[in-house]
Ligand binder design. Sequence first.
Ligand code: ATP
Length: 238
Amino acid sequence: MSDPLLTVDGIDTHYGESHILSDLSLSINEGEIVALVGRNGAGKTTTLRSVMGLTPPTSGVVEMAGEPIDGLDPHQIRERGVSWIPEERRVFGSLTVEENLRLAAHSGEGSQSERFTEVYDQFPRLDERRDQQAGTMSGGEQQMLAIARALLGPETDLLLLDEPSEGLAPQIVDDVADIIRELNEQGVTVLLVEQNAEMALELADRAYVIETGEIVHESPAAELLEDRDLMESYLGVR
Ligand code: ATP
């Protein structure tokens, strides 16, 4: 078994007085897709924010490739190879696809034109829409742009994805799942947070279930998906 790429060990995270995550631990091996699923308000987004340094844990340890990253700021954590795509996707709606990508590439290494070629090769649909205003694209296309933006800049070893299927039609959800699978095949390790547990579990190798800030289940994703009793009790999926 390879050493974990990401280790989260016993973290507690608060928003002001509210204690949200309690002694939460999880680990992700290089090359895996890991799903973190759970009901509304369980603490999924807070877990990603804790890893990314946006809401730093008050105790516990977060390590990337064996090096502690808790206590670093989000920019430094990005430099360590962790990219985060928030639920709201954060593309600049009034800018074109190309302008969105240029802004994201600003902090990157190497020549921009090379990086652009790579991204356009990877996402031909964005290539076709270089001059389209991002705000006029479909939800799936915007998600694609958000992913492409995250991949520009420093190299991404671990992608934190917050609800990439949110608000998308089922056909588009399949397209987004294909993109995630392809990225993973290209060597990007993925931590996927989803309300859409079935989509996440079909895609993932392993799964964690979170309830009120605590991990209550860990197993291969397929095992959880097939256990209808667990799916119902943890996730309300019949
Ligand atoms: P959802 O699936 O609905 O996005 P989630 O599992 O991602 O939920 P979080 O967004 O991590 O859950 O929220 C966990 C808890 O923390 C919730 O009770 C939420 O109300 C609370 N919370 C989130 N953000 C803040 C904040 N900025 N200030 C105070 N409480 C917050």
